[in-house]
Design a protein around this ligand. Structure first.
Ligand SMILES: *Cc1c(COP(=O)(O)O)cnc(C)c1O
Length: 455
């Protein structure tokens, strides 16, 4: 991402120099400033000057306290909890306290957090799991790892979150879990999801991998479902290169998750405890280096979250005024959006038919890095291939597999995947003037949309 941005900046600088030179040669020195202004008004893709030439704030952020934290673990020679380290457990205590969860199990990554949740809830072969298609592939992968059947429920294009109104209709007597995702740091409609789950006595696994610090009616997400899963992978708003955590309020379930993540060995209560719990397990442990980094990063997350929120709200206000740009809405009960992504829908009709790919290209050339986000996950050919595998053929009735594609169609999501535009969270960490530049660049592209479409 940063590399793309630098390339865009270099390209636009080159174009700027070219166009300035051309202007000077044709118009003479005295007319140069006038010509410069006219050129500057044009999109970079049409030879004008880019709106922005500086990179957005670098990510991840590091400071002296991170170095200190890592050195401390290094010198202690206790690098993991399986060799006497205390740092992982300290992080678990602090993260549970911070979020208001009763229990926390730190794990190797967000995928492991989801995997351990499904395993501990005994979701397995023959079961159906409800999930959104607008998510990172890991949400799906863990379902397939358990040989469960993924049942996609369509996306609400206004919020980009799972359309909670469509969940009840997707539940069958094979459904064993609902896995909403708080995508982009916004929050899925948890009240409706929890209500649907409650009437059918189904567990809810919150995929909060993008939503650290987000809140639903004043409570931290990840504490409202049966488990809440977090990722601390490098791109996430709170990170330690790779890392994860499961939150949960049920003690028994917490013990099962803990045991699953460390080869079925029970959490030691006092002294050594080598008793085994459960029958399936793996090694999904976090190291104390990562836990130490999470604790040192913790000193910055609140302030960063506030900065992102201020900038994102301001940017959304600016972009809402541009015809054809619709920022993702935050649900009214989401009292805090974590802004892992700033997402909006782009309507090419309002930009003289300029296709989204060309819009993204033009915006990148203005020095504003952006992407089109996810493609439809429910249509990935590898799912179909998996359903044709021997294991799935043995586990599910032929009718179930035959109807799967039809049953998991998500037309709203298909459309959203064609229209979405994303900015990454680090772009929200700079001054407010950065947001003005983003809006300026989009307005400029809109003014010249017909020319860009022809070019
Ligand atoms: C990042 C992410 C994951 C996976 O987390 P890892 O730490 O990369 O394993 C799962 N779900 C969502 C929505 C994510 O964004």
């Amino acid at each position: 991402m940063l590399r793309d941005m630098k390339t865009a900046a270099v390209v636009s600088r080159r174009r700027f120099i070219q166009s300035a030179a051309t202007a000077g040669a044709v118009m003479g020195v005295s007319a140069r400033p006038v010509m410069f202004a006219a050129e500057a008004g044009k999109p970079a893709r049409l030879g004008g000057a880019a709106v922005r030439r500086e990179p957005f704030p670098a990510w991840p952020v590091t400071a002296a306290n991170d170095e200190q934290a890592l050195l401390e673990v290094l010198r202690s020679r206790k690098w993991t909890r399986s060799y006497g380290g205390q740092m992982t457990e300290r992080f678990e205590e602090i993260y549970a306290q911070y979020t208001g969860a009763k229990h926390c199990v730190a794990v190797a990554n967000g995928t492991s957090a989801l995997f351990a949740s499904l395993a501990a809830l005994e979701v397995g072969p023959g079961d159906e799991v409800i999930l959104p298609p607008y998510t990172f592939v890991a949400t799906l992968n863990v379902v397939m790892l358990q040989y469960a059947l993924p049942i996609f429920v369509d996306t609400d294009p206004d919020t980009f979150q799972i359309d909670a109104r469509k969940i009840e209709g997707a539940i069958t007597d094979r459904t064993t879990a609902i896995m909403p995702v708080h995508i982009g740091g916004g929050v899925a409609d948890l009240d409706s999801i929890l209500a649907a789950a409650k009437t059918r006595k189904l567990p809810v696994i919150e995929d909060a991998c993008q939503a650290h610090l987000a809140e639903w009616r004043g409570r931290k997400v990840g504490t409202l479902g049966d488990t809440g899963c977090f990722s601390f992978q490098a791109s996430k708003n709170w990170n330690c290169a790779e890392g994860g955590a499961v939150l949960c309020n049920d003690e028994r379930l917490a013990h099962k998750i803990y045991a699953f993540h460390t080869n079925c060995r029970a959490r030691k209560v006092s002294g050594y405890n080598f008793s085994y719990l459960g029958s399936r397990g793996a090694n999904l442990r976090l190291t104390d280096f990562q836990a130490a980094l999470l604790l040192s990063q913790m000193q910055r997350v609140e302030e960063q979250a506030r900065r992102r929120d201020e900038n994102a709200q301001y940017l959304a206000g600016l972009l809402r005024q541009i015809p054809g740009i619709q920022p993702a809405k935050t649900h009214e009960d989401c009292t805090r959006n974590a802004w892992h992504l700033f997402m909006f829908r782009y309507q090419a009709e309002r930009f003289a038919g300029l296709p989204r790919a060309r819009f993204l290209d033009a915006l990148g050339a203005e020095g504003i890095p952006c992407s089109g986000g996810y493609s439809p996950l429910n249509k990935e050919p590898f799912i179909k291939a998996a359903l044709e595998s021997r294991a799935y053929q043995r586990l599910y009735p032929p009718e179930t597999l035959k109807n799967w594609a039809e049953r998991t169609q998500c037309p709203m999501n298909d459309r959203l995947c064609r229209e979405a535009v994303w900015f990454t969270q680090n772009m929200l960490l700079g001054p407010r003037s950065d947001m003005d530049q983003i809006a300026d660049a989009i307005r400029k592209i809109q003014r010249y949309a017909a020319e860009l479409a022809k070019a």
